[in-house]
Design a protein around this ligand. Structure first.
Ligand code: FAD
Ligand code: NAD
Length: 503
């Protein structure tokens, strides 16, 4: 079988699609000093840029400082979902009478961690290196820094060397956790999401700072594995970028798992104490923990990649147009994709942008006029970033949302109508006893199309793609009426939403 990238998911079956470097001795390639495309950072996004450039006939190299596959494979999406899934499966069985009686045990922590290790490939990237190299993508292990237009310096254990790009340099360096300025925080050892996704034992007491996707997912994962978890969130609700009811349902789910959820709360001070960490909240409450996970957001990783040399500001996101080209740079040679751009910091959306960038660079090198104009909704523009970014938060209950929230749509000046509904259909009643869930659709009344949809409830993740298709396809709501959901599925909620709208 052809090697497959775990999250790059571009299968290059060799031969013609494998590109200019295919079949050439890898060692020789990696000592070359000139490539068509240099990709800095080999996360899911960088891998996809390189794969598309190679499919377009270009010679591409990825420079990766750590593990090929990046955050998502080893310390983010995949291991966090591996930690969550056993708890969700167990809870799902317990919601079904008859199955519930058969499930009497607790999670087997050792087995969960073993499976998590396997899903994170034991933090080894051999499989991804095999995939890249057999796909004709050169990989250099080292830290890259831009030294001028089309020029990059690579530093590794053996020293430094300069490589140049004939066509383009693409920055895909991702993001890094942001640490809030809390007195005492920099004096103690805390968990980042890397520690929380790769830990080898369950902390007895875990404090989680931040109620975004990282905070809520990892709070629930460790609570279900046996930790006594306190979640502290600065804002009045969890998951603040989603509809209000999503954060409320997730807070309810966390509390049922024994998580103490503190809202509108910040930390005034933290410090080490015998055998753990002492936290003091702004209301004077004292909390003791064995570990403190800081999950208060991320910043683009642009501090040390040489942006000053080309007139950009280190630490800032790399602003790009829809073709992925960095704005404010002359000569069409600098591109970026993924978390580093700050556009839509999610793996799937970064990979979408990556496919665009790879195709744009190859298309422009070949003189394809469509690649130069990159018109909206062509395959040379990441147009969906503006209106149709899907996201699932894999807690139990789940949150699945795409497009505008009701507030965001109003702020964007759209004349909207909002339809809310509890998810209570034939499919949900069979799926779980006392199924709990809620759905919202936001309709642009002028165009009579959907601009936003949110589902929050048990096992709603797979409902989302239908909503994404409806928004991207701008399916008129009167035509959507003819997309009949199968009975009895939870998708029947679509029918009820449209009925409530008035169809
Ligand atoms: C705990 C957690 C869970 C998440 N879960 C999900 C999820 O379920 N679904 C989802 O869509 N998103 C999820 N995300 C977000 C997702 O992980 C990111 O959007 C995604 O990893 C971004 O990919 P990227 O390739 O842009 O960056 P990264 O994956 O961070 O890759 C960047 C790569 O660049 C390398 N690099 C950096 N600087 C240099 C340099 N100077 N030279 C060479 N190499 C360099 C790094 O070593 C790294 O390998 C999660 C994030 C976290 C923290
Ligand atoms: N399933 C998924 O798609 C998934 C899962 C995890 C992470 N991610 C992505 O990773 C990125 C990072 O996620 P995140 O949750 O770290 O960031 P975030 O910015 O989404 O959330 C940070 C949270 O921390 C809170 N906060 C900030 N400072 C605080 C302070 N001093 N005290 C208390 N609370 C404070 C904020 O109110 C906010 O709720 C996001 O882009 C997210 O979408 C996605």
């Amino acid at each position: 079988m052809h090697p497959r990238s775990q999250n790059g998911d571009v299968e290059l079956p060799g031969g013609a699609r494998c590109g200019a470097l295919c079949g050439v001795d890898q060692k020789k390639i990696e000592h070359q000093t000139e490539f068509d495309v240099i990709v800095i950072g080999g996360g899911a996004v960088g891998e996809n840029v390189a794969a598309r450039a190679v499919q377009g006939g270009l010679r591409a190299v990825i420079v990766e400082a750590e593990l090929l596959g990046g955050e998502c494979s080893y310390w983010a999406c995949m291991p966090s979902k591996a930690l969550l899934r056993p708890g969700s499966a167990l809870a799902a069985a317990r919601r079904v009478p008859g199955a519930r009686e058969a499930v009497t045990g607790r999670l087997d922590v050792a087995e969960v961690l073993k499976e998590r290790d396997a899903i994170a490939s034991d933090w080894k990237d051999d499989g991804q290196l095999d995939w890249a190299r057999s796909s004709g993508i050169a990989v250099i292990k080292g830290t890259a820094r831009i030294t001028g237009p089309r020029r990059v310096r690579v530093e590794d254990a053996d020293g430094t060397r300069e490589i140049t790009a004939v066509q383009a340099v693409v920055v895909c360096t991702g993001s890094a956790p942001r640490t809030p300025p809390i007195p005492g925080l920099d004096e103690i050892r805390t968990w980042t999401s890397r520690d929380a996704t790769s830990a080898r034992s369950v902390p007895r007491r875990l404090a989680v700072l931040g109620g975004g996707p990282v905070g809520v997912e990892l709070a629930q994962a460790w609570a279900r594995l046996g930790s006594n978890v306190t979640l502290i969130n600065g804002g009045p609700r969890l998951l603040q970028s989603f509809e209000d009811f999503a954060g409320e349902l997730v807070a309810e789910g966390l509390r049922e798992d024994g998580v103490e959820v503190l809202l509108d709360t910040t930390l005034e001070r933290v410090g080490a104490e015998a055998g753990g960490i002492a936290l003091r909240t702004d209301e004077g409450r004292r909390i003791k923990a064995d570990e403190l996970l800081v999950a208060t957001g991320r910043s683009p990783a642009t501090h040390a990649i040489g942006l000053d040399v080309v007139g950009l500001t280190p630490g800032e996101p790399l602003r790009v147009d829809d073709s992925g080209q960095v704005t404010g740079i002359e000569g069409s040679w600098l591109y970026a994709a993924g978390d580093v751009t700050g556009r839509a910091p999610l793996t799937h959306q970064g990979k979408y942008a990556a496919r665009v960038v790879g195709d744009v660079i190859a298309g422009r090198a070949a003189g394809t006029p469509e690649a130069r104009s990159a018109s909206p909704w062509s395959r040379f523009a990441a147009t969906a970033d503006h209106t149709a970014v899907p996201q699932v938060v894999f807690t139990d209950p789940e949150v699945a949302a795409v497009g505008f929230t009701a507030d965001a749509a109003r702020q964007a000046g759209l004349r909207t109508r909002v339809v809310d509904l509890d998810i209570a259909v034939g499919g949900s009643s069979v799926h779980a006893k006392d199924y709990r869930g809620r759905a919202r659709m936001v309709v642009d009344e002028d165009r009579r199309v959907l601009v936003g949809v949110t589902f929050a409830g048990y096992d709603v993740a797979e409902l989302l793609h239908a909503a994404t298709i409806a928004i991207v396809g701008e399916v008129p709501i009167d035509r959507l009426w003819h997309a009949v959901p199968a009975y009895p599925t939870i998708s029947e909620v679509w029918l009820r939403l449209l009925e409530k709208y008035g169809l």
